[in-house]
Design a protein around this ligand. Structure first.
Ligand code: ZN
Length: 69
């Protein structure tokens, strides 16, 4: 799955080359109140100059439905 972003440059430093990274393993995002869930990897759009995380996404957003109760 590929995410599209409408961010054209880093809002902090103005760098135009952005990269994509993902967190997995112990850094997965876990749904609150769903103790038995495995959670979802997190993917980030990152400035390649200053390292600022411009956008973050979970790979499986459907896992987080019903967690605002
Ligand atoms: Zn930057």
């Amino acid at each position: 799955m590929t995410y599209r972003t409408n961010i054209e440059k880093c809002p902090k430093c103005g760098e135009r080359e952005l990269g994509r990274g993902k967190q997995n393993g112990y850094a997965v995002m876990l749904p609150i109140n769903k103790a038995m869930s495995f959670g979802s990897e997190v993917e980030h759009i990152i400035c390649t100059s200053c390292g600022y995380i411009v956008e973050s996404y979970v790979k499986k957003p459907g896992k987080f439905k019903g967690t605002m109760d």
